[in-house]
Design a binder for this molecule. Structure first.
Ligand code: UDP
Length: 166
């Protein structure tokens, strides 16, 4: 499926939250530093008045806490689980525990709760439009450099696959 435009994870997560009430979907906020998910929840409730956020849990835990976290999420019965543990921890976690959490729709959202809670800012609109958001984040947080090297590798892999399919 060809995407006609860039879809930032933050924007997609906002859209899922916006339409959740009309679909009667309950949402769970998992991840980010202690206190951040609660602040993000308050902001989401301000933005999307009928949203039902059935639980929050910070993303700093030990391996032995994982079972309790799964039970907590299952007990809250969310339809949409937004996980902000950073890449690739969130993807690995969601993939590892996905079956146990079904039928939840799961999405890794990186630093989105930080933005929603007002702890971090997105790049200015012109930078987003110019596809330079990655650069803004790199300048703000130079420690991201190492993992950003994965991005050109990803682009090359996609191009190779496209050529193979032709
Ligand atoms: N985080 C977390 N647990 C961890 C590591 C990170 O909850 O063990 C959170 C962190 O507080 C931040 C988010 O994960 O809110 C990752 O943000 P980042 O901007 O690094 O996201 P990404 O680059 O993956 O989009």
């Amino acid at each position: 499926h060809e995407m006609p435009e860039r879809v930032a994870g933050y924007d997609l997560a906002q859209e899922l939250m916006r339409i959740a009430p009309s679909k009667k979907q309950k949402v769970f906020f998992f991840g980010s530093a202690p206190g951040v998910a609660e602040k993000a929840k308050a902001k989401a409730e301000e933005l999307y008045p009928r949203i039902e956020i059935v639980g929050t849990r910070d993303g700093y835990f030990k391996a032995e806490d994982e079972q309790a976290i799964i039970e907590e999420i299952k007990a809250a019965q969310p339809d949409l689980l937004l996980a902000a543990l950073g890449v690739p921890k969130q993807e690995k976690w969601l993939s590892k525990y996905g079956k146990k959490l079904q039928p939840v729709l799961r999405m890794g959202i990186g630093g989105s709760f930080d933005v929603l809670a007002g702890k971090a800012q997105r790049a200015p609109k012109w930078m987003q439009d110019a596809r330079l958001e990655w650069f803004y984040r790199l300048v703000k947080q130079p420690s991201r450099f190492g993992r950003m090297l994965a991005l050109p590798k990803f682009v090359l892999a996609v191009r190779e696959e496209k050529c193979r399919k032709k």
